[in-house]
Design a protein around this ligand. Structure first.
Ligand code: OOG
Ligand code: MG
Length: 250
């Protein structure tokens, strides 16, 4: 398959909620991100707007769960956004999972060409968030370059109430499904402090040409392993509050 054919196959897998086979051919990171840009480009050509970026594999829990150990980045569009307390239909998804994250908001465009850039000065707010991931690959299995091409499994995201940027380095995190704790952890699982995800983001955005613009959301990566998505799912982060989404059928 040519790169463009692979991009179309991944796009169809997403829109039709039918999985595809892993690519099986070794790729460079540059090729994988070029493919991701084609996949995201297909969504943008249908009128979707970029609203942010997401980091992946910033915690050991996620690296161990998926067998991938390199920080990756993908794009978020407006079509992926679900309001806090809102619903997300399961029948449009393949095998969705959900994970608790810390979200940051960019208050101004990030000048990636500025060598003295301090990305923290471009962030004004922080919030608890949930990410729904849905690998387009069969059995939710992939190599590092497969998952990069698949826009890092991004499917949907929900952001809770924003509050002015504050230290979020070591906060208790609970992932609650239908009233029961299913994962417990700490924001410290995310590179020691989720703020470090912002610095990792700058390196990746420079290398792979991702724009970081005022108003964009940055998901810093899951603090715990992901769990199957369904029912009423809530992430509670100490001092930041909570965010909720409900998975519905039919
Ligand atoms: C890839 C996305 C990883 C995270 O927060 O670590 C990710 C996957 O697990 O399918 O979003
Ligand atoms: Mg995630």
């Amino acid at each position: 398959m040519s790169a463009s054919e692979t991009a179309v196959a991944l796009d169809r897998a997403q829109s039709g909620a039918v999985p595809v086979e892993q690519q099986g051919e070794p790729q460079s990171l540059e090729q994988a991100y070029a493919l991701q840009s084609e996949v995201v480009g297909l969504r943008l050509s249908r009128g979707e707007q970029l609203v942010g970026v997401k980091l992946g594999f910033t915690s050991r829990a996620k690296m161990q769960q998926m067998g991938v150990s390199e920080v990756i980045v993908g794009s978020l569009t407006d079509a992926m956004r679900v309001a806090d307390g809102g619903e997300l239909r399961l029948d449009g998804l393949i095998h969705p999972r959900v994970e608790p994250e810390v979200a940051f908001r960019l208050s101004r465009d990030v000048d990636l060409d500025d060598p003295t850039l301090d990305v923290e000065t471009c962030v004004d707010a922080v919030a608890p968030a949930l990410e729904v991931i849905d690998s387009r690959y069969r059995d939710f299995r992939f190599s590092l370059t497969d998952v990069i091409a698949d826009n890092t499994s991004a499917a949907a995201f929900v952001v809770g109430p924003w509050r002015p940027l504050t230290d979020v380095g070591n906060r208790a995190v609970r992932l609650v499904v239908d009233g029961s704790d299913v994962e417990i952890g700490s924001t410290a699982a995310v590179l020691g402090d989720p703020v470090r995800a912002l610095h990792a983001l700058v390196g990746l955005a420079r290398r792979y040409g991702l724009p970081l613009q005022a108003g964009h959301v940055v998901l810093s990566g899951a603090a715990t392993a992901a769990v199957p998505f369904g029912g009423v799912v809530e992430a509670r982060i100490a001092g930041l509050g909570s965010v909720t989404v409900r998975g519905t059928r039919g």
